[in-house]
Design a protein around this ligand. Structure first.
Ligand code: NDP
Length: 295
């Protein structure tokens, strides 16, 4: 089977690497040098344009920052739509927004192309291990076609409902992650200022009911070490919280906690910059509190 993969970013690259082991792969990246670098290490054809990537592909997979970039790649004489043929399957692994995906799905359907939103969770470690969770939004027939392909990158492939529900699930998950990061950061900053050694605070938290993925996995690896590796941009988490906020608004669910989280993350993003890692939100809290959580 011929697959086209567009967007060799932090998470796209390791996903494409798994696909290259099983399928004939064409790769497109906005910065072509990165696609060439990929093809030097894995069996893949470098496509200079989205159209060229799509030509001959039965499946097209996108993994871009937002749905906006995905929609932009469709149009124009060198766009995906110019290269895609009827009967193809379009899987969008971007953490995108439901409304744009519904619009994209309608546009593709006019050309006989099936669409699923298929965002992933599990981070760059999960992508490298091929153990991502994939949240899929589409009809049953499309899901049955998508599942074997997505199994090359993920361990749990879950059909959430119609187009857009994969994005909705992903946005709510990441919104909960964001709430937790800020809450853990504030709590630990206060404990360290009160004289509790940071590592002791984290150990006791992780033996108690306030523990979470953030306190158990992320804080020991990144905050206590002060290493702040860059795996998932804070700017992208901020985008996800915005998508979740819109979702709650449309569903008429009061969203005070999420609105506050969104405001804080947007402020942290403005101060730390577009390349900062998401856990650096805790470094930002440290700066505001005048304390470091290390141990
Ligand atoms: P990165 O910022 O690392 O990479 C973004 C990719 O999109 C790059 O290939 C970039 O190309 C390309 N791109 C950016 N703007 C455009 C554009 N205007 N036109 C065409 N291509 C463009 O992002 P990630 O790989 O981290 O994230 C991708 C998606 O996956 C996001 O929606 C994110 O929320 C989601 N995600 C990320 C996770 C992670 O741990 N990193 C975990 C789960 C989901 P170029 O090389 O030219 O900049």
């Amino acid at each position: 089977m011929n697959i086209a993969f567009l967007g060799l970013g932090a998470i796209g690259w390791p996903m494409a690497a798994h696909l290259a082991q099983k399928y004939q792969l064409a790769v497109y990246n906005r910065t072509t040098a990165r696609a060439r670098d990929f093809a030097a290490r894995r069996p893949a054809r470098v496509a200079e344009t989205p159209r060229s990537a799509a030509e001959g592909a039965e499946v097209v997979i996108t993994c871009l920052p937002t749905s906006r970039e995905v929609e932009a790649l469709l149009a124009g004489s060198n766009g995906l739509l110019a290269g895609l043929r009827p009967g193809a399957l379009f899987l969008d692994c971007t953490s995108g927004d439901p409304a744009t995906s519904r619009r994209i799905a309608e546009r593709l359907a006019e050309q006989g192309i099936a669409f699923a939103d298929a965002p992933v969770s599990g981070g760059t470690n999960g992508a490298e291990a091929g153990t991502l969770t994939v949240m899929v939004g589409c009809d049953d027939a499309t899901f049955n076609r998508a599942r074997p392909v997505l199994a090359a990158v993920g361990k749990r492939i879950e059909h959430m409902g119609p187009v857009g529900t994969g994005h909705a699930m992903k946005a709510v998950n990441n919104a909960l992650l964001a709430v937790n990061i800020l809450a853990v950061g504030e709590g630990l900053a206060a404990l360290v200022k009160a004289g509790v050694p940071a590592r002791t605070a984290v150990d006791v938290l992780n033996a108690s009911s306030g523990r979470s993925f953030v306190s158990e996995a992320l804080v020991p690896e990144r905050v206590l070490t002060g290493e702040w590796p860059r795996t998932f941009r804070l700017a992208l988490l901020d985008k996800d919280v915005g998508i979740a906020g819109s979702l709650l608004q449309e569903a008429d669910v009061p969203a005070a906690l999420l609105e506050l989280t969104g405001r804080l993350l947007t402020q942290a993003r403005a101060e730390l910059g577009e390349q900062a890692d998401y856990l650096e939100a805790i470094r930002w809290i440290e700066g505001r509190a005048g304390v470091e959580i290390r141990g």
